[in-house]
Design a protein around this ligand. Structure first.
Ligand SMILES: [Zn+2]
Length: 101
């Protein structure tokens, strides 16, 4: 699994998708669905939701699944580990390719 600092992770996301976080896309390790940040906003998810850690099914019925990377099984070894400035390691979903959306 790729392990990177929060700064590196943000830099990579910006390089892949641009500065606007609404354009960032992530792949659910459980069902394989590509989730966009924008979709989360449209589904009415509040600010505490994290598209890089949760599948859209938690907010939008009939789509994706309800997987969360902060759950017992993390991201099933298919995502990334981000290290916060405090040294905390957080499992997140992997980035998706923009072409997959
Ligand atoms: Zn899913």
């Amino acid at each position: 699994m790729i392990k990177q600092t929060l700064k590196e992770w943000r830099e990579e996301a910006t390089k892949r998708f641009g500065k606007d976080a609404n354009n960032w896309v992530f792949k659910c390790p459980h069902c394989g669905r590509i989730n966009t940040v924008k979709e989360f906003t449209e589904a009415g998810a509040d600010g505490s939701s994290s598209p890089y850690q949760e599948c859209i099914g938690r907010y939008k019925k009939g789509y994706g699944c309800d997987w969360a990377a902060y759950g017992l099984f993390g991201n099933l070894g298919k995502g990334r580990v981000v290290v916060t400035p405090e040294g905390k390691e957080i499992e997140v979903f992997d980035f998706a390719d923009k072409e997959d959306v």
